[in-house]
Design a protein around this ligand. Structure first.
Ligand SMILES: [Cu+2]
Length: 183
């Protein structure tokens, strides 16, 4: 009978921990493009490799840091990204310290529109996981890209919940350890 009481208390603690963690982690991770190198043409930073080492989720913040007199950030379509076509853009950022919050899943293509820079490799494809996991896997088809880049119909409840996964697992383990330690 005592075991039942402990289990009930344990679940109560776990529930509280999960709620607290979900409230604290809703802002998402911050990813500085190029890490210490930043957004540049110097040093031949491999932004494809950089992106491949990250996991991007809805709610995460992508930060471009660069000297605004030398570079900029343009979000473009997949076709424009591939061709380094800078004649139009979805959005343009020029402050030198641009924070872009991810609100939609799928590919987000960015490049520097200064002549020659995109061709030199100053371009990055941020592929954002769909944390809702109900949609089919994102492909690189024009339709999927267009859908991914369309304005989000609503932020949806997925954004505040996505941060739960990793942190809550850690906290659940801590809560379980605490509970079992009290017995
Ligand atoms: Cu540039």
């Amino acid at each position: 009978m005592a075991t039942l009481g402990v289990e009930t208390r344990g679940f109560g603690i776990i529930f509280l921990v999960v709620v607290l963690v979900s409230m604290q982690s809703s802002s998402g991770e911050i990813h500085k493009v190029g890490d210490s190198a930043g957004w540049t043409t110097i040093g031949n930073v491999d932004y494809k490799q950089w992106a491949a080492t990250k996991t991007f989720k809805i709610g995460d913040v992508i930060v471009f840091q660069y000297k605004p007199e030398y570079h900029n950030v343009m979000q473009v379509t997949h076709a424009e990204f591939r061709a380094c076509n800078v004649s139009s853009s979805i959005s343009t950022h020029t402050t030198g310290n641009d924070s872009i919050t991810i609100t939609t899943p799928g590919h987000h293509f960015f490049l520097c529109s200064v002549p020659g820079h995109c061709q030199a490799g100053q371009k990055v494809d941020i592929n954002v996981l769909n944390s809702a996991s109900t949609a089919p896997p994102q492909s690189a088809t024009p339709a999927a890209v267009a859908a991914a880049q369309a304005p989000a119909p609503a932020p949806s409840v997925a954004a505040p919940l996505h941060g739960l996964n990793r942190l809550s697992t850690v906290c659940l383990l801590i809560a379980l350890a605490l509970v079992s330690g009290f017995c």
